[in-house]
Design a protein around this ligand. Structure first.
Ligand SMILES: Nc1ncnc2c1ncn2[C@@H]1O[C@H](COP(=O)(O)OP(=O)(O)OP(=O)(O)O)[C@@H](O)[C@H]1O
Length: 341
């Protein structure tokens, strides 16, 4: 439903050209929660501004529901803009209006009758869990509550697309989790396509089904979140993933364990259910070796479990080798080599 076809955006500052977006082609399908991740200056905001019609591409085409945005008249653009809601890192609420007044604002602009505005505002505030704050002013709210108001306001005109510009970057981890849950409800319960930009991998893995990684204006990796998370190809993507998924203990800790007698340390990675666990113990029992989980995590992405466990095996060297060999058929397992430098 949102298509970028070989889109570039170049800014000219004095005689210098800044290639903010370069040859980007990607499709955000209806119902997606599509995340664009990149470090500062990667071109994420420019990409969003091309969708919400604040910028026009230098070359290429941006389409929404098969319509080339460049072909629209000013009136059609205004109409399309109503189909796109937006929330911001700094919430952008009107400080002089109450919570209800903020949510009602876009409806007032559209000339919706007063009784309908009141009904819709109450409904939206209930959806975001802020019915009791209707008469408060933004300064009386926490960051998370302010973002809920921002979301209610963005939903007021029944948009098809919600654009989120670093919507959780100003929030603590717990509040971030609450807002991400709410965005997931917006997507599932209201059927709204969500396009978000972020520099936090955690946001991508928590709610997105598709991801594009940007660097220097280009999309350097694109795909389903689970695929990109489990098989990142570009070093920048790998850095983002390491930020949420440190897969090995530090070299110092490994050396300590080695010195204390843990000589058979292996890393096991797997995707799927908990079914691997009994297999692991069945194999180790068969060969009379024992294992201890010394490090690792199991996380959920898109309803799939991703396990990354570091195990220390104890037992006869020969038996450990045989057990490892058998385990290789079941899970991805490799020895953790000690860095002697
Ligand atoms: N209006 C503009 N005029 C000139 N250069 C611009 C303009 N907007 C963005 N740029 C430049 O384009 C590049 C991409 O910027 P953009 O804001 O899209 O990146 P970003 O990934 O969103 O970064 P951040 O996370 O810091 O906002 C940067 O080099 C920026 O300085």
């Amino acid at each position: 439903m949102i298509e970028f076809l070989d889109v570039s955006k170049t800014f000219k500052i004095a005689k210098r050209e800044v290639h903010a977006v370069r040859n980007v082609s990607l499709t955000v399908n209806k119902g997606d929660i599509f995340g664009v991740i990149g470090f500062s200056g990667a071109g994420k905001s420019t990409l969003l501004r091309l969708v919400n019609l604040l910028e026009a591409p230098t070359s290429g085409m941006v389409k929404i529901n098969d319509t080339d945005l460049a072909s629209l008249s000013a009136k059609d653009l205004r109409q399309l803009r109503r189909r796109i809601g937006m929330i911001f890192q700094n919430f952008n609420l009107f400080s002089s209006r109450t919570v209800a007044g903020n949510v009602a604002y876009p409806l007032k602009l559209e000339g919706v009758p007063k009784a309908e505005i009141e009904r819709r505002t109450a409904e939206l505030l209930e959806f975001v869990g802020l019915s009791d704050k209707a008469k408060n002013f933004p300064e009386q709210l926490s960051g998370g509550q302010k973002q809920r108001v921002g979301i209610a306001r963005a939903l007021a005109t029944n948009p098809e697309i919600l654009i989120c510009d670093e919507a959780t970057s100003a929030l603590d981890p717990e509040t971030t989790a609450d807002i991400l849950k709410l965005l997931k409800r917006v997507n599932k319960e209201l059927g709204i396509t969500v396009l978000l930009i972020t520099h936090e991998m955690n946001v991508i893995t928590t709610i997105c089904n598709r991801v594009a990684v940007m660097e220097n204006g280009e999309v350097i990796e694109l795909g389903d979140v689970l695929d990109v998370f489990t098989k990142p190809e570009h070093p920048t993507t790998q850095r983002f993933i390491e930020s949420v998924n440190k897969d090995l203990p530090s070299a110092e800790l490994l050396k300590e364990w080695h010195a204390a007698g843990d000589k058979h340390i292996y890393q096991v990675t797997y995707t799927g259910g908990a079914t691997n666990q009994p297999l692991l113990s069945q194999v180790t029992q068969k060969y009379d070796v024992h294992f201890n989980i010394v490090y690792g995590s199991v996380r959920e992405i898109q309803g799939n479990l991703l396990g990354n466990l570091v195990l220390s095996f104890k037992g006869d060297q020969d038996k450990v080798s045989k057990a490892i060999q058998e385990l290789q058929a079941i899970v991805d397992i490799k020895e953790v080599i000690l860095d002697e430098s």
